[in-house]
Every structure is written in structure tokens, then in C-alpha cells.
Design a protein around this ligand. Sequence first.
Ligand code: DON
Length: 565
Amino acid sequence: MNALRRLAIVLVLLPWGLVQASATSPGQAALATAHPMATAAGREVLEAGGNAFDAAVAITAALAVVEPYSSGLGGGGFYLLHDAASGRDVMLDARERAPGQATRDMYLDDEGNPQPDRSVDGALAAGIPGIPAALDHLAADYGALPLTTTLDPAIRAAREGFEVTEMYRRLAGFREAVLAADPGSRSIFLDGGKLPAIGHVIRQPDLAETLERIAIEGRDGFYQGELAGRLVDGVRKAGGIWCRSDLAGYRVVEREPIISRFRGFEVVSAAPPSSGGVAIAQILNTYGALARRAGELDDLSVLGLHYRVEAMRRAYRDRAEYLGDPDYVDIPIERLTSDDYAAGLAVGISPTDATPSSSLAPVVTEPEGPHTTHFSVMDADGNYVAATLSINYPFGAGVTVPGTGVLLNDEMDDFSQKPGVPNVYGLVGAEANAVQPGKRPLSSMSPAFVRSDDLVGVLGTPGGSRIITMVLGGVLAATRGEPVDDWVTGPRIHHQYLPDRIEVEPGLLSDEQRAELELMGHRIEVNDGFGNMQAVAWWRGDGRLEAASDPRGEGRAAVFAPEAP
Ligand code: DON
């Protein structure tokens, strides 16, 4: 080949090579979190040369400081990770575990009746936290920067403080009595025992020190040594049952996510002990079978919504019966997520009539806690993380362990207190999710990826039992090719088997559609705004990168090109 011809080939291939490079990495970074200071923390770390996993560390820690009602070092969560170099997806399970002294009947009185407050308020409600171990694991196995760098924005925020917002006031108001009853929480989260005014600055010097300890010593700074001693003493003085061995024995677990296929998209979500991925797969498979039966199906038509609701109803029923911690119970995941199983369910779904939930097998639904958080982040190299983190109820158990700044979770309420008996929220559970020492309570948290040749979507939301159906709504919007703003803002529709009613946000159904669904036998409740979705979309075809933060919350999204540090 002569030199001229070689040069011509190189010139032709050069732009093609560039196109290929831009198709395998976004070249910019994008993120969306539930608080502007957490978005700023993630951005700072990405600008400093960190990858998406470093940003996940920084965002998690910042949220622990500025959203104390949603997540924290005293809580847990699930991280869905995508590593661009290996192409691997991993679920990092940082869910809380029941303490070793937990017993099956610990929330029942002498007559065997549930005492629901005991699993919600106070130190007995707290599982062993997973977030500090997740920070260490992310930094050690996936990050490029040390914890001393990635935890720095959160340490500064804890020391310098953050301003009380409307949402803070609303959620602190919801938990005011519990916060006021605990001296640690009262002195930090209230102002002279009262709800702080908007703009009041919350400073957390003890939490700053705890974060510094983790930055220097890693997981041992929290689960071993002096801080562990303080945590155990504080919890036991407040009526809890933690032991040093519970903390020393806590481990995060890497698990294979649940993958399903729908309309040519691959949907990746959380594996048990979250019910999210299994339920989403089951709903998509059933809905897909019904759509094929219908020929053409518009997701937002009456028939589309009816079929979606019927698929949700059945998936939540199965969730109740079969799902729990996979380290303790056998879960028929393959069966529940198979096309054959969905085809069988679809056969029992009428195109014209709602199926009363009472005609299906026995009850179980999931707690609806009013807070939790989610963030989505993608770096310029195409690594990405979807993480849903929680301490369960707003401000968790309401107890802050003295000298640590650690606000305890009340995630033990996600166990079923007594199989078959509803708790104060009308919820019942099954054997698979009964309390056992060391066990992880069943969750609905569903961080998710939705992918095709053209799209990488990263999404999730808080919202208790409604998380699953909100993520499903985001996934369906993605498969319709809608922009990421529409995934997060789209009006929501939910059914969870029991109570037997559809919950919808205003704006989804026209009066005629509502009347038609009611005629089919559906009960409909219009509900004001739920969830706080954070999503990132990378449209590989044209290289567009988008991020969106749910206007129902106070979060912020950003897309930017990190400068070389
Ligand atoms: O793990 C769960 O499913 C619950 N603890 C999540 C609670 C929640 O999302 C509350 N949010 N609004």
C-alpha cells in the first residue's frame, strides 16, 4: 500500500474513531441528588479527578449531613454500580442488619399484640448501620481518591452547617415529639426544643469528627474501637440491644442485580433483600405479555393503565409472600422473574374487569415511610451509580447517640412484626420477612439502570412501597424515548395489592379515563405528589447527557465537563 493511500485511510478512520470514542464514554459528567449541597459535593470530587464511585462517596456523606431526615451514617441502602472498564454491573448491599439479640417477637407485648411504636421510635428500632461500610468499600474497591478527599465536603458541611429549608421544617415537624424527647437529637435538630425557622443553621461538630475518623481509619473507625464503644453504650442506654460484636461483624455484600428485558431495553435493578428488582421484572414481564395480547398498547391509555395496575397487584402479592433476606430464606427468583410465570399471570387478567385483591392469595404489603433519598451520578468515562439510601422514617428512630452525631435508623420496622397481623400502618408481613438476628429487613428501594443501544438511564427515588412503581414509571417513560425531565416529573400511578386501590397523582387521568377505570371495578384515590426522583440519561446516539431532579423535592441536577485536575 502506498503512503498516500495509507494516509487517506487514516484520515477516513480518524473521525470514525472519534465517534466510537464518544459512543463508549459520555465525555462529560452528570448527577442529580436531593440536595444542592450534595450535588455540589459530588461535583467537587468529580472536578478533583474522582470517578463516579468517589462522587458516590462524597454525595452519600454530604446527604448524611444535610438531609438528616432521609439517610445517614446510622442508616443503610443499596448502590447499583456500573464499572465502565469491565462492563460489570454490581449491587452493593449496605442494608442494615438486625442486632444479634433481636428476637422474632421483640415488638409484641405479653399478649402477642404488636406495639408498632417500638419499631419506629427509639433505639430498639435501629438495625446495625451499613453506610459507613459502604463508604469504605466504594473507596477501597472502586474509587480513585482517598476518603480524606472524598469525605472532605461533608466534613466541612457538618462543621460549618446547612440552612433549614421548607422540607426540613415539614419533616422535623412530623417527628418533633420524638426529636424533642431525645437530648442528642433535640440539641442538634431543634432550636431551643422548638422547630427551627427557615434559614436557621444546623451544625454537627460530633458528626464532623465521626466522618473524620472514617476518613482516616476507614470502616474500623466506625465499627471498632472508641466510636463503636460509644455507639453501643449510647444505644443500650437509650433502650436498644446493640453489641460490639454486631458492629464488628457488619459487612456489605456484593450481589448480582436483577436484570429484565422489555421493548428491547435492559432494565437492571436491586436484588433481594430489596424487593425492587424482582417486582419490577415481574411487572414488566406481565405487562409485556398483556401488551402482546392487545397487539398495540399505549402505556397511558385506560387499557394500558389497567394492565399496569393488574401486573403491580400480582407482583406486590408475591413480594409479600416470597421475599426476604436471601441469606436467610430461599426466594424463587428465577420463577418469579420468568416469562412463563408472567404469561400464566397474564392469563388471569381480564381486559375489562379489575381483579379484587381479596380474590388473590393472602395479604402482605410494605411499609410506607415518608422519607429516604436517592442519587444518580455518571462520570465522563461512563462509570455510573444509582443509590437509594435510608434511615426509614424522617429522622429515623429520632435518637442521636451522644458524642457521635450518629442519628439511628428505624429500619427494623421494615420487618414484619408478626406474620399475618397488620401493624399501625395497616401492613402485614410474611414468614420470609420475620425478625431474626443478623437478618436484613426486606426493602423496596430500587436503584435502577435502563439501557439500550441508544440509552443509558440511571434512576431511582424514595417513597416506601411506592418506590417500585415510581421507578417502573420512569423506566416506561425511558422506553418511550421521553427526555429525562419527563421521567422524574411524570404523574405517578401505584397499586400495591392491599389496600385494594389505585393511587394516582393529579393530572394523570382525565375524568373520562377515571370513570372508565371505576367502571372496570377499580377504586381510585388521587394523592398529592409522591417521590423525589433523581435521574441521569446518556443518549448514546447523539451523545446528549441529561440530568433531572424531581421538582417535588429540593434537589439539584448538573451536567458539566470536569476540567483536568
Ligand atoms: O427500605 C425500604 O423500603 C424503606 N425503609 C424505604 C423508606 C422510604 O422510602 C421512605 N420514603 N419516602
